[in-house]
Design a protein around this ligand. Structure first.
Ligand code: HAM
Length: 444
């Protein structure tokens, strides 16, 4: 009987592992360029951590079970609640702003489909301790730079920018309280995937008879694509007193955010789209998602501000903003644009060995070269020169180190440049010294 992997889980044969490492390397490189520190957290957590904190959609997708000690546990569907706990526990001793990143696997019991698996990697990047829009801007810049690091440009992807605070103000102008607004936002989150009549029906639970017109007003807001129209719309809302002041302040924050993004070269990637509200329960202010520019496919990344989560998990009041990028949709996009490099690991040297004494010499040299970090291969079993040369050519190695009896008598090794077939004999005690020049210029 042949065992199979579970649905939605992947095996990584070396080529797939090389592709995965390419993605991880670029993520890590960009995070470091922005001076974020790497951290990690457990993959198995108390179930409690996700209930209410992540929201209903994720709770319905948990891999959860009871461990042998009778604890209710879950594989992490996302990293944000664990991170909020880590930050909460040390908040007073951490130098602010805290800028941290992680690359790790997450697990969601979703229906496996294009762009969606049950085990996937995420690049999580978060900032704590900065309430102003400069932190949101820093993260959106990091997001666009990370995608650019793979060779993607503004024709390939866009970041849709939205704001839950603006929605709360618009819904307050509609006369809705906090609970009603939360219901409406969760309906807006599913708007694209739901038939219009069904959406009207859902909205009627908070808006009654007016649901149809209300939906038209929502659609009008979602259609806004430029900031001037958005500003005019918000400043003309029938709001008074404190709410009117909040609307003005919020527009000020939008101006700061957009100015920062433009100055940092991220402006061309930004698309205002109030249709993005994010399904997770903890978001509070600006929210954003990255998509293929064509608008097709599932999101490449998503995130936003979540100022209340650390406190909800028992920590102090500390503002937070962050996002996560997944590896699955990203790899699909890179494949589609032929931007995923074809990896083949090749040795720098491959030894070709005459007999038992020659093998001893080859093993000694290989050990020295390997200790210096050079990639060296040799045949594990004896065979004729013809077969070994064929294998050497197929290996993709740059040089063959030929150990024949004549060379051994002269305490030398013959080096063949497998690119052009040229050869040179090198005394064995000078091999290490000559390797850098060999790798630099080959054998002329
Ligand atoms: P999310 O939108 O649930 O946000 O996931 C972020 C990204 O992870 C998605 O855009 C997608 O690329 C990838 N992803 C999610 N689910 C799957 C899946 N089943 N298969 C493949 N890829 C998937 C979060 O997880 C938030 N915790 C992000 C965050 C960090 N917010 C603040 N900080």
């Amino acid at each position: 009987m042949q065992f199979e992997t579970l649905p939605g889980f992947r095996e990584f044969y070396p080529e797939a592992c090389a592709r995965r490492n390419h993605i991880f390397n670029r993520w890590r490189h960009v995070a470091r360029a922005f001076n974020f520190l790497e951290y990690d957290a457990p993959v198995l957590e108390p179930l409690e951590l996700y209930i209410e904190k992540s929201g209903q959609e994720i709770v319905g997708q948990l891999f959860n079970f009871e461990d042998r000690g009778g604890r209710a546990v879950a594989l992490r569907p996302e990293l944000t609640p664990s991170l909020a706990r880590l930050i909460g526990a040390k908040a007073n001793s951490l130098k602010r702003p805290v800028k941290w990143f992680n690359i790790g696997e997450n697990y969601r019991y979703e229906r496996p489909q294009k762009g969606r698996l049950r085990a996937f990697y995420q690049f999580n990047v978060d900032i704590f301790g900065e309430p102003g829009p400069s932190a949101d801007a820093e993260l959106i810049c990091l997001l666009t730079q990370a995608l650019q690091a793979f060779g993607l440009g503004s024709n390939d992807f866009k970041v849709r920018l939205s704001d839950r605070d603006l929605w709360l103000l618009m819904l307050a102008a509609e006369g809705l309280d906090e609970a009603g607004s939360a219901t409406v936002l969760s309906i807006i989150d599913k708007l694209e995937r739901t038939e219009r009549a069904k959406t009207v029906e859902r909205l009627s639970s908070v808006m009654g008879e007016d649901a149809e017109d209300f939906l038209s007003r929502i659609e009008e807001v979602i259609a806004i694509r430029d900031f001037e129209t958005l500003r005019a719309y918000i400043l003309n809302l029938p709001l008074e007193g404190d709410l009117a002041d909040q609307a003005k302040a919020r527009i000020g924050n939008w101006e700061k955010l957009l100015r920062h993004l433009k100055a940092a070269g991220a402006g061309e990637f930004i698309q205002i789209d109030l249709g993005i509200v994010r399904g997770l329960a903890y978001y509070t202010g600006f929210v954003f998602e990255a998509f293929e520019a064509s608008g097709e496919g599932r999101a490449l990344a998503g995130g936003g501000r979540y100022d209340a989560l650390v406190q909800k998990l028992g920590g102090p009041d500390i503002p937070a903003v962050g996002f996560a990028m997944g590896d699955v949709t990203l790899a699909d996009l890179l494949d589609g644009k032929s931007l995923m490099p074809a990896y083949m690991q090749r040795p720098e040297f491959i030894a070709i060995i005459g007999g038992a004494d020659e093998r001893d010499a080859a093993l000694g040299d290989a050990a020295q070269l390997r200790a210096l970090g050079y990639q060296v291969e040799y045949p594990l079993k004896d065979s004729g020169f013809g077969k070994q040369f064929k294998a050497a050519n197929q290996s993709g190695a740059r040089f063959a180190l030929i150990y024949g009896s004549e060379e051994l008598e002269r305490s030398a090794v013959k080096v063949r440049d497998l690119g052009n077939g040229n050869e040179a004999e090198i005394p064995r005690d000078q091999l290490i010294r000559q390797v850098p020049a060999l790798l630099e210029s080959g054998i002329e």
